[in-house]
Design a protein around this ligand. Sequence first.
Ligand code: SAH
Length: 213
Amino acid sequence: MADVQNQIGLIMQLRRRGIRDADVLRAIERIPRELFVDEAFSEHAYQDIALPIECGQTISQPFVVAFMTEKLELKPTHKVLEIGTGSGYQAAILSQLCRRVYSVERWRELQKAAEARLAKLKITNVTTIIGDGWLGWPPQAPFDRIIVTAAALDAPAALLDQLKEGGRMIIPLGETRDTQSLVQIDKTPEGLVETPLLPVRFVPLVHGRVKRD
Ligand code: SAH
């Protein structure tokens, strides 16, 4: 009961902050965020804050998850690539709104934990992959949408190549944590169109997968 109330409180907060897409709000309402955070933080699971997860990474703030998801303008037919599985929370939200999600993570430990959470929720349209997100996931390219949940200086070329024409990527770009901006990149027939959306703070998109963990 307490969780249901917490969940409703979170939805109200997201609405106040300007999230309007009813499908996105419904997806957030359906996915219990407490499953994706360490037990030590479960009482904070429905607050609008980022929280630490294993391997020195973070689960994003719900507002940022909702905002990025809303900007993707997902359709039920879409095939989506996520870079940075982390806890699997963003992937679980995406899974409610599109046909298929491929999510790449460099830490085996995180990928395994995310996979177990998704299985527990009986989510079957997310495939998690251990790999280097800088390379995307060529076997399933091209993608209708790409979401990157770690920050880079520039959008990785491989990801731009793997985006369908008419497709959209949402990615945090910037030199330091203090100068990152969430950017929307649309692949149009005339070329790439970049729209800055919001100042954000993400962990860095690191080169290479973790070989030993
Ligand atoms: N989307 C996640 C939050 C991700 S935090 C969630 O909902 O919980 C960013 C994640 O990106 C971290 O787990 C980090 O390990 C991963 N990451 C960083 N660089 C990467 C790379 N090159 N390839 C794949 N994953 C990467």
